[in-house]
Design a protein. Structure first.
Length: 822
């Protein structure tokens, strides 16, 4: 039977639009659940016993980014979410079939639990009042569950199997499992699969409310309303959104060099045959679904590292699932202690997405495996479901996750689970540059092993989808190998390659691509953005009392070390320029990669920055207008391009004057009163940091460069202070008197030469420490043969070296962008 892998992800959830936004907010413990008091008709909503829900953020969801006017008019909201998520997933997978053969080999399997209830309600009223002519010709197409899959197929010309699942809250998981079997049985090579839902309507809440399924106790505190496994749980919270996977036959993915998330190893389902809305209290149906998934995958219960629970926050459902998990994990081939079992419910953060829940939670399971981070169960203050499992309360936990299980259960006695297995496989390298930027692999691994199936273990994690009590098994695979010698092809100036990548990416939608995940580069970007972090109090903002600079820029509370160390204002411009300075050094180092790898990595790295800029403008400065944020982003984009040219010139000429002028005009905003000592220290830090990065092997850049950036920059001041003051008393008194001294020690020794030798020793030792052990003999000769006279530049008084920087000299020729203010 053919093997199936995951090559793309897309999502729209109450935590945000895009996989990156959703995942980062989930790990941060944020909630997407809000009040419904603002919705119309207000009186109708006030009659509901539950007035909280997980709503897609309106400030992030802009249908016009994904659909034309005619498409928006013809599609229900649940279909719009599905089409947008599918676009994200296809872009993430870099799969856009163009030939007839490719189109016929690509299908869609996607469903919804309820669909367009609002259209049914409104049309029913119109028909009752006005008769036949009041019914829209689009009525039937807009309420059909299968139209979401149909619109995806029509938009992209996909002519493979077109299938829609409707199994209540297990819909998303069943869709992924069924799609994987279409591929395994040879009906398709690629499938777009997932679930979608948008039924935020008073009739929905009236129906679930009358069934006593909804949370009603926390209407005044929406974020606390969904409480999986907690003693205070009183029902679930309705939510909306979608999640879509791109599934692909393994050899097909290898042949085109696709980035692979995991392999779908198995899939299992069961039915309770017990009750329309409630599970058996012992969780037997859930247990059989999980057991079937493990059997199908050939995995022991003890090998499962994480379970994403269906737990919705109901009294019976949560307890039944916990009991089923304990039965599974403590049984044959299970664990010795139930506290070893890591289980969390992400519904505490997003609510219950009904037909989309299984797909969204399968995605979270995928990312937990990939990032080795287990998302928390929010609002879990007093576990009260019996088994003493590790329910991951309140905060994200770090753990190596090789195998994850995702559960989904639904009304109608449906049960579904998903599960992944860790195993290596190696796709063939791509022969042509990708048409669309793809997320960076989790590891920069240049090792190219033999073709064909390789069952040896891989260090990249696997993942699992799950849902209804159906089970899917996913297996993590290696990324496509790249050339063994990344130094063999040098790219041109970063500004040229990056500008080209950015033009294509930002012209249609300036502001970065927040809809894809970029793995390790995302972590590295956060290190770049931390040194100048700041916040602005919400109380000050509401009171319109935020302090400002003389030129009107808002000031916040500093958190990053650079703001105090280098006397920078806690503002948007300081934060953005410190972040860009860190990013520049990484991108300068990436120039040694082959052209395609460098372009892809650079574009994704910068995507993080532009996405974060919009986030900071929105959260810190209260810019709710998307149009206003976009205007600022255009200015920042131009600054970024100018900054690259300016720093490139300083480093290329090896001129501290030119480099210092670039730093002065950007980071210090061309202030006449800028502290020369701080300016010189920043220049010294840039050169020392770039030297450290250049000393790293290419494979280590992402993994090790964060440690370089986290180093305390205050040590740079020692390199720029006058050496005679630092060495005062060395020859006569102080600690030096206790050190053993050779007979030849001269009191008339040249202090400048002495300081230069000390600097040379430290720089050389740092270079040697940056080498791999097996390279020391081969490469250290070049380090020792380096001209030591360059060390005198590090010990001379900075004011002399920087004389004229602020007024004249070479710095005047350096291209500089204007300062940006938020």
């Amino acid at each position: 039977m053919r093997r199936v892998v995951v090559t793309g992800l897309g999502a729209i959830t109450p935590l945000g639009v895009g996989v990156r936004t959703t995942w980062s907010r989930l790990l941060a413990g944020e909630s997407g659940i809000t009040t419904l008091d603002h919705l119309e008709p207000r009186q109708r909503w006030k009659d509901m016993t539950s007035s909280v829900a997980g709503l897609v953020p309106t400030e992030q969801w802009r249908p016009s980014e994904w659909l034309g006017p005619t498409e928006m008019r013809r599609m229900s909201t649940f279909a719009q979410y599905a089409v947008a998520s599918a676009q994200m997933a296809l872009d993430d997978a870099d799969w856009h079939p163009s030939s007839q053969e490719e189109k016929e080999a690509t299908g869609v399997c996607l469903g919804s639990g309820i669909g367009n209830l609002e259209e049914i309600y409104d049309t029913s009223l119109a028909f009752d009042q006005g008769g036949y002519k009041k019914v829209s010709p689009l009525f039937v197409p807009k309420i059909l569950i299968n139209m979401a899959a149909g619109h995806i197929s029509m938009k992209h010309g996909l002519q493979g199997p077109n299938h829609a699942v409707t199994t209540a809250c297990t819909t998303g998981a069943h869709s992924i499992g069924d799609a994987s079997r279409f591929i395994a049985f040879g009906d398709a090579d690629v499938m777009v699969a997932g679930g979608t839902e948008s039924c935020i309507h008073p009739l929905t809440f009236a129906g679930f409310g009358r069934a006593r399924s909804l949370s009603t106790r926390y209407n005044t505190d929406p974020a606390a309303s969904c409480r999986p496994f907690d003693a205070g749980r009183d029902g679930f919270v309705v939510a909306e959104g979608s999640a879509v996977f791109v599934l692909e036959e393994l050899e097909h993915a290898r042949a085109r060099g696709a980035r692979i998330y995991a392999e779908v190893k198995g899939y299992g389902c069961s039915g309770d045959s017990h009750h329309m809305t409630a599970p058996r209290e012992d969780g037997h149906g859930a247990f059989r679904a999980m057991r079937a998934a493990l059997k199908n995958a050939g995995i022991r219960p003890a090998d499962v590292d994480y379970i994403n629970a269906h737990a919705t926050g109901t009294q019976i459902g949560d307890a039944a699932e916990a009991s089923a998990i304990r039965t599974l994990m403590m049984g044959d081939e299970g664990v010795a202690d139930e506290s070893e079992v890591a289980v969390s419910s992400t519904k505490g953060a997003v609510g219950h997405l009904l037909g989309a829940a299984g797909a969204v939670e399968a995605m979270f399971s995928v990312l937990a495996v990939k990032e080795n981070l287990i998302p928390p169960t929010l609002n879990l203050e007093n576990p009260n479901v019996g088994p003493k499992l590790n329910y991951v309360p309140l905060k994200t936990q770090e753990k190596e996750v090789k195998v994850a299980l995702s559960n989904s259960f639904g009304f109608g006695a449906h049960r579904n689970n998903g599960l992944p297995k860790l195993q290596a496989a190696h796709p063939a390298p791509r022969q042509e540059p990708p048409r669309h930027g793809r997320p960076l692999p989790s590891r920069l691994d240049d090792t190219d092993k033999s073709d064909g199936d390789d069952d040896s273990e891989s260090d990249i994690n696997s993942l699992l989808p799950g849902s209804v009590r159906e089970t899917t098994t996913l297996q993590q695979l290696r990324v496509p190998p790249r050339r063994k010698d990344p130094h063999a092809t040098q790219t041109g100036p970063v500004s040229g390659a990056l500008a080209g990548a950015l033009r294509g990416k930002f012209q249609p939608n300036l502001g970065g691509n927040p809809y894809v995940l970029s793995n390790q580069l995302d972590k590295l970007y956060k290190v770049c953005a931390a040194p100048a972090a700041y916040t602005i109090s919400e109380d000050l903002r509401k009171a319109d009392n935020v302090p400002k600079t003389d030129d009107g820029e808002e000031l916040g509370t500093p958190h990053g070390p650079w703001l105090q160390i280098f006397s920078l204002s806690p503002s948007f411009s300081s934060w953005s320029h410190v972040t860009m300075l860190h990013m520049y050094l990484i991108i300068a180092r990436m120039r040694c990669l082959d052209r395609d790898a460098a372009r892809t990595m650079q574009a994704q790295f910068v995507d993080n920055f532009f996405f974060d800029c919009e986030r900071v403008m929105h959260l810190n400065h209260g810019m709710t207008s998307s149009a206003l944020r976009q205007r600022y982003l255009k200015d920042i984009f131009m600054q970024w391009r100018g900054l690259i040219a300016a720093y490139d010139e300083g480093l290329a000429k090896k001129s501290d004057k030119v480099l210092a002028a670039a730093v002065w005009r950007n980071l210090f905003k061309a202030r006449e009163d800028a502290d020369l000592r701080s300016l010189a220290a920043v220049v010294a830090w840039m050169r020392a940091t770039l030297r450290d990065l250049e000393g790293m092997a290419v494979d280590d850049i992402v993994a090790r460069s964060a440690g370089v950036f986290l180093r305390d920059p205050r040590g740079m001041f020692k390199l720029v202070d006058e050496p005679s003051a630092a060495l005062k008393g060395v020859f006569k008194d102080g600690d030096a008197a206790e050190a053993p001294q050779p007979d030849a020690a001269r009191e008339d020794a040249d202090l400048r030469s002495l300081a230069a030798v000390v600097a040379w020793m430290r720089v050389t030792l740092r270079d040697l420490e940056g080498m791999a052990v097996d390279e020391i003999v081969a490469r250290s000769g070049g380090v020792f043969l380096r001209d030591p006279r360059g060390m005198f530049k590090l010990v001379d008084e900075p004011s002399a070296a920087l004389k004229g920087v602020l007024k004249d000299g070479e710095a005047a020729d350096a291209p500089q962008p204007d300062a940006v203010k938020a």
